[in-house]
Design a protein around this ligand. Structure first.
Ligand SMILES: NC(=O)c1ccc[n+]([C@@H]2O[C@H](COP(=O)([O-])OP(=O)(O)OC[C@H]3O[C@@H](n4cnc5c(N)ncnc54)[C@H](O)[C@@H]3O)[C@@H](O)[C@H]2O)c1
Length: 436
């Protein structure tokens, strides 16, 4: 008979915690998952998923008998020795990571034969500090998460690598965590706690740097008549560079890149080191979100009283996460210019509603563009590629589109009657026919 799999505890059932719980249940482990939000726990018990993530509903439903959701930490501690901490670590007003939720968990753990496995993204040095406060018998392992929202289940099940950081005293706990991931067949990077913490922050900072870099290249392409899509294709074929994250657009957002880049910058600053490159990465990203306004003004002049449609609100497709979404900055800038803003997103509208103030929410893309003086593609949802763009052009007061993700077929849009503006695209945009 196969040995029963080791029970697993998950503390914090958000994007990372819920995916971690569902995936370990799929791998055969009994999982005990705790969140402090009683409402969330109740919903999960009824089988209601709290986030939009492809494949997650199926995993939760298919493994329901192995998954226990609770608001009571004791239930988790009684059942599981291996405890994945997946609580949020948002930015604090100083730009450092706010570790108050992590500290709250540490305080609650007490003592005993347990392993605290840190999945939350924390600044290097956190593990060393937490270890000083842990009760007797609790080992500490850093196991940062690299999943991407929108493909979180797929990423968890097929990781590029798994990082397991444990100091010598906790080597056995590190072995136990590594064993959990062995069935996934990925390379397991065994290292010390501080290095594991830095791997996570450095990886996100590097990816953010790549995005800001290609966005600056795009902006130069606009000046010199080059096409950034061609430039990125040519660059990406160089194995030393790689094609991932070389797509120009209106900047990165989401719950991770902005806060992790800021946390690394602050972490360095707190030690007296000025991380110049990251300052530029952050500034380029902020300016990039705003460039769309200039592109609209090029065609429409003043935006006062102009109706502008935003297509997509989520920070990227296949998620309803609105944290640090570029759409929020863009909408606020447009409202600031006096525009009337209407928006549509296939799944993020509910989360977006309370964040968007005076922005009107439409029930479909075609409803959103009806009577608009311009539209901006903000999130590259597949349904926008399939949209009946000829009907969209006919419905708009002015058929003008700013493709903030270089996602649409420019020739098709132009054939449908649009003035098309991408980000860093070579072809001269035809001025909007009805611009005044
Ligand atoms: N979202 C991502 O794509 C992603 C990817 C990699 C790493 N991370 C990191 O993982 C961590 C979690 O991110 P997330 O996006 O899942 O956050 P989230 O905000 O979606 O979820 C965090 C959950 O923890 C709960 N919580 C807070 N304090 C708690 C406590 N004391 N006990 C139990 N539950 C508690 C909250 O109620 C919430 O449900 C962060 O550090 C983040 O940086 C996130």
């Amino acid at each position: 008979m196969a040995r029963p799999r080791e029970p697993i505890g998950v503390i914090g059932v958000g994007w990372v915690g819920l995916v971690t719980a569902a995936c370990f249940a799929e791998l055969g482990h009994p999982v005990f998952a705790r969140d402090i939000l009683a409402e969330k726990v109740e919903g999960l018990r009824r089988g209601e998923t709290t986030i939009h993530e492809p494949g997650l509903d199926e995993l939760l439903a298919g493994n329901a008998e192995r998954l226990t959701f609770t608001a009571d930490l004791k239930e988790v501690l009684d059942a599981a020795r291996l405890l994945f901490v997946c609580v949020d670590t948002p930015p604090s007003p100083s730009g450092d990571a706010d570790l108050s939720r992590v500290r709250a968990v540490v305080e609650e753990l007490g003592a005993g034969d347990r392993v605290l496995i840190m999945k939350s993204t924390v600044p290097a040095g956190t593990g060393a500090a937490v270890k000083r406060d842990l009760g007797d018998g609790i080992a500490y392992v850093s196991c940062p998460e690299f999943l991407k929202e929108g493909s979180a289940v797929e990423d968890f099940m097929n990781p590029d690598r798994v990082v397991v950081g444990a100091d010598e005293r906790d080597a056995e706990a590190g072995d136990a965590v590594a064993a959990l991931y062995e069935p996934l067949g990925a390379e397991i990077v065994r290292t010390d706690v501080a290095s594991a913490e830095m791997i996570k922050l450095a990886s996100n900072a590097f990816l953010a740097t790549k995005i800001s870099f290609v966005n600056e290249i795009a902006n130069v392409c606009e000046e010199v008549g080059a096409d950034v899509a061609e430039v990125a294709r040519g660059m990406g074929l160089d194995e030393r560079i790689g094609s991932a994250f070389l797509r120009a657009g209106i900047g990165y957002g989401g719950s991770c890149f902005p806060k992790d880049v800021s946390a690394l910058k602050m972490l360095a600053g707190n030690t007296g080191y000025h991380f110049q490159l990251l300052n530029a990465v952050i500034e380029v990203n902020e300016l990039q979100k705003r460039r769309v306004v200039g592109k609209l003004q090029k065609h429409l002049g003043s935006l006062l009283g102009r109706r502008i449609a935003l297509l997509g609100l989520a920070f990227k497709p296949d998620t309803d996460d609105m944290r640090e979404a570029s759409s929020l900055v863009l909408a606020a800038r447009l409202v600031g210019e006096g525009a009337e803003v209407v928006a549509y997103d296939p799944v993020a509208a509910d989360r977006a509603r309370e964040l968007l103030g005076s922005v009107e929410l439409a029930g479909s893309a075609l409803d959103a563009v009806e009577g608009a003086d311009g539209a901006v593609l903000v999130t590259e949802w597949p349904e926008f590629a399939e949209l009946d763009w000829a009907s969209a052009a006919a419905a708009m007061a002015r058929p003008l589109i700013v493709d903030g993700r270089n996602f649409l077929d420019a020739d098709r849009l132009r054939a449908a009657g649009f003035a098309y503006e991408g980000i860093g695209r070579a072809v001269e945009a035809t001025p909007s026919p009805a611009a005044d």
